[in-house]
Design a protein around this ligand. Structure first.
Ligand SMILES: N[C@@H](CCC(=O)N[C@@H](CS)C(=O)NCC(=O)O)C(=O)O
Length: 231
């Protein structure tokens, strides 16, 4: 059994997709990020960056194994199941390149774009434009990579699972996929997978639809070092 610490956001979907695709048994622990569940000491022991997704794998010989950061979790689960991870040293190297690309580039830029589009106080045009440009730049990287390929590594893999969620919601982020036909076709192929649909619907009713924002929530939106160094 795997304990899955989750909230219904693109970063949460990445791991939900892998768990659904691989058929591993899991229990979902729904975090209320707006209320600060991610700051609870017991959760920090699992995820010291105070963010979900995170897992605790109890189906192991010996002590349970905790993993935080979506890229590390997907890699761990792909290794555990022997699935969605292209083989050989070259396959593993390319998988790591695209996992790191996502968590170091596409993810943070899309996250900031989402912040300026959905949660920042009015009048932050520069921030919105900067991150829209960066989001688009990463779309171009993906568009080029998908030229002549159905999936990022040729076959469907954890590299697609990690990159798909922030592309799924391009429109609500204020971006357009019009200039990116390869990305549009890839997004369509992944979106129709039953496991992906189940993952994206996991606790959909608990999504933040703008009710918590930078002006009314100081737990999720106005953090500083003090957030993690109290007491
Ligand atoms: N690099 C991390 C990003 C995870 C992340 O940003 N999670 C957000 C939700 S989408 C979170 O838990 N936020 C809580 C907070 O910032 O306090 C990953 O890919 O796992």
């Amino acid at each position: 059994m795997i304990d899955f610490y989750y909230a219904p956001t693109p970063n949460g979907w990445k791991v939900a997709i892998m768990l659904e695709e691989s058929g591993l048994e899991f229990t979902t622990h729904l975090l209320n990020l707006a209320q600060g569940d991610q700051l609870a000491p017991a959760f920090l022991d699992i995820s010291p960056n105070a963010k979900m997704p995170a897992i605790v794998d109890r189906n192991v010989d010996g002590d349970p194994v905790s993993v935080f950061e979506s890229g590390a979790i997907l890699f761990y689960l792909a290794r555990k199941t022997g699935r969605f991870l292209p083989g050989g040293p070259e396959g593993e190297k390319e998988t790591l390149e695209w996992l790191f690309w996502q968590v170091g580039n596409q993810g943070p830029m899309a996250g900031q774009l989402s912040h300026f589009k959905n949660y920042a106080p009015e009048g932050q045009e520069y921030g919105f434009k900067r991150y829209l440009g960066e989001y688009d730049r990463n779309l171009a990287v993906l568009e080029n990579r998908l030229e002549g390929r159905d999936y990022i590594l040729g076959e469907y893999s954890i590299a697609d699972m990690i990159s798909f969620p922030w592309i799924l919601i391009a429109k609500p982020l204020g971006a357009s996929l019009e200039q990116f036909p390869n990305v549009t076709a890839w997004r369509g192929r992944i979106k129709e997978r039953p496991a992906v649909r189940r993952a994206v619907n996991l606790h959909k009713e608990r999504q933040n639809k703008g009710q918590h924002n930078a002006q009314n929530n100081n737990v999720l939106f106005n953090q500083s070092a003090d957030t993690l160094r109290r007491g």
